[in-house]
Design a protein around this ligand. Structure first.
Ligand SMILES: [Fe+2]
Length: 149
């Protein structure tokens, strides 16, 4: 059983966009919870619950980010960045849905495979893809005006 470290929230993960950072912390907590609670042998019921919670919160979070992209014109910026970003959101959902379909069919993903996927996806996406969106938003006059309290 490979062991994965818990993700410790740190400055490198902070994008500077409050709403995104708050939601990322919840996603990281969901990962850490899965990491702590998964054992070598998990019931289908438990795997279903963990993947359901992750998927539903991830979908909500993707919606938030994609709304920000639309609202502040990221979708009209560098098209390659936007495409990559949306593609990563969709591929996360597709993978988790596939894992859930497998679970329903009696094929249970291992702790190691689930944690490896979640860890690399989350870290790579937050550190690279989301940071690019954040840089764009922080440079947007309109975003800065709207986010001032
Ligand atoms: Fe994202």
């Amino acid at each position: 059983m490979a062991d994965y470290d818990l993700i410790v929230w740190n400055d490198k993960l902070v994008t500077g966009i409050d709403k995104i950072d708050e939601q990322h912390q919840i996603l990281v907590n969901l990962f850490n919870e899965a990491n702590t609670k998964l054992t070598v042998n998990n019931s289908a019921e438990f795997l279903e619950q963990i993947t359901r919670d992750l998927l539903s919160y991830a979908l909500y979070h993707f919606e938030t980010e994609e709304e920000l992209m639309q609202k502040y014109g990221y979708t009209e910026d560098i098209i390659e960045n936007v495409d990559t970003h949306i593609r990563q959101h969709r591929s996360f959902s597709i993978k988790v849905v596939a894992v859930r379909n497998d679970i329903k069919a009696g094929i249970l993903i291992s702790r190691e495979d689930l944690l490896a996927f979640l860890n690399s996806w989350l870290i790579n996406h937050i550190l690279n893809t989301d940071q690019r969106l954040a840089v764009f938003l922080l440079a947007s006059e309109q975003y800065c005006l709207n986010s001032q309290v």
